[in-house]
Structure formats: structure tokens, C-alpha cells
Write a protein that binds this ligand. Structure first.
Ligand code: GRF
Length: 224
């Protein structure tokens, strides 16, 4: 803890306007699609430079190709270990001048060196209200615990599992007749709004990280 009265260090990520973005995804890529749609609708000041997947068959890569976005398959089996795998991914991202990396259903834990390299430039989306239910099958965990409200979280990635500073959260009610699939579908609808919004705030330079807290600055007044 800083001594009382001391100003905590503040980080101001992003803010450069149209952000050079990469998405990393292992699966179907519906969050990726929401990001693509927001960019194409002119609602998100970002250029999606490439989509990276550890699974060559991931539908996320197909979505990228359909929108003329570079699709990069980087399977782990081609590299000796997790570190080397993510060093290779980082090399590809850096070659393309990627500023912000958005994990969207990326099923591998990124190693500390990757986290450090993209500190405050690496986000993840998780289908629960963190810190409740980190890890896999968060919607199942929520139902098994019996919570009445769950939701989704976009956070900066740190060295832990789903433990980094929270950027945005959205609550979703849990209904008595929910199955994991039904709850997941309802949460997913919110995810698709929340992730583009978090990236927009980053691009607009409206995030301030103070310790574990991420403050959101108000939108600037329109000029004129
Ligand atoms: C989402 O529920 C996301 O929160 C979690 O993995 C799922 C990915 O879904 N991290 P999709 O591939 O974006 O459709």
C-alpha cells in the first residue's frame, strides 16, 4: 500500500485514436464478430489488423477471412512450450504494429512474459461478474452456486487467472429455469455490447488505472 496521502501511480492506457487491434480466439468467435460489426458500423475507432488462433480450424479465423482480415493460425504443437508459443505470437503482433490485444474466447493461459509485454494493452472478456466464478464454465459455476445475478466482465489481463483490473461489467439475471446454455446465451448478448464498448473507451483514452481500479472519464464535449 502506498503511504497515506501519497498519490497512487496512475496509468493512462490508449488514447491514440484509431487503435491497431488484434483479437486472439480459439473458437466460434462471436465476440470477434461483434467487434468486427462495431468497426464496420463506424462505432469503434479501431483497425482490426489480424486475428490469431491456436486452433487452425477455429471458426473465428473463417470470420476474419470473410471480412478481409488477416487470419493467423499459430498452433501450440509447432513450438516447444507455452512461452515459445506466445513469444511467436508476440513477434507476429509486433511485426504488424499491433497496439491492443483482445482475448475473446482464447482458451490458453497467456504466460507472464506475454502479459508484461502487453501490460495495459491486453484485455479479456469473461462470462461472469468477476471475481466470482473465474476459469472455465463460469455459467455452470454460477448455476451450481445458486446466484440470482451473473453477467460478464471485461478486464485487463494480469498474471493471474481472470484476476486483472476490471474495465466494465454488465449484470444479467439468473432465471429459475435456466440451463447453462440459456444463461450463457443471455450473457453472450451483453458480451457483444460490452467488449466493443471497452475497446472504444481505450481508443478514446478514457481509461485511468489507479491500483486495481479502472476509472472511466466522461466523454469529451463535442466541438463547436
Ligand atoms: C465467451 O463467453 C467469453 O466470455 C469467454 O469465451 C466465450 C467465447 O465465445 N471467454 P465466442 O468465441 O466469442 O463466441
Amino acid at each position: 500500500m502506498p503511504p497515506e496521502g501519497a498519490t497512487p501511480a496512475e496509468v493512462r492506457p490508449g488514447g491514440g485514436g484509431r487503435v491497431r487491434l488484434a483479437v486472439m480466439a480459439s473458437g466460434r468467435g462471436s465476440n470477434l464478430q461483434a467487434i468486427i460489426d462495431a468497426i464496420e458500423a463506424g462505432q469503434l475507432p479501431a483497425q482490426l489488423v489480424c486475428v490469431v488462433s491456436d486452433r487452425p480450424e477455429a471458426y473465428a479465423l473463417e470470420r476474419a477471412r470473410r471480412h478481409g482480415i488477416e487470419a493467423l493460425a499459430v498452433p501450440a504443437r509447432d513450438l516447444p512450450d507455452r512461452q515459445a508459443h506466445h513469444d511467436r505470437i508476440a513477434e507476429l503482433l509486433d511485426q504488424r504494429g499491433v497496439e491492443l490485444v483482445a482475448l475473446a474466447g482464447y482458451l490458453r493461459l497467456v504466460p507472464p512474459r506475454f502479459v508484461a509485454r502487453y501490460r495495459w494493452r491486453l484485455m479479456n472478456i469473461h462470462p461472469s461478474l468477476l471475481p466470482a466464478f473465474p476459469g472455465l464454465r463460469a455459467q455452470e459455476q454460477a448455476l451450481a452456486y445458486g446466484v440470482k445475478v451473473s453477467g460478464c466482465t471485461v478486464h485487463f489481463v494480469d498474471e493471474g487467472m481472470d484476476s486483472g483490473p476490471i474495465i466494465l461489467q454488465r449484470a444479467v439475471p439468473v432465471l429459475d429455469d435456466d440451463t447453462p446454455e440459456r444463461l450463457a446465451a443471455r450473457i453472450l448478448e451483453e458480451e457483444h455490447r460490452l467488449y466493443p464498448e471497452a475497446i472504444r473507451l481505450y481508443a478514446q483514452g478514457r481509461l485511468r488505472v489507479v491500483g486495481r481500479r479502472v476509472h472511466i472519464l466522461p466523454a469529451p464535449e463535442p466541438a463547436g
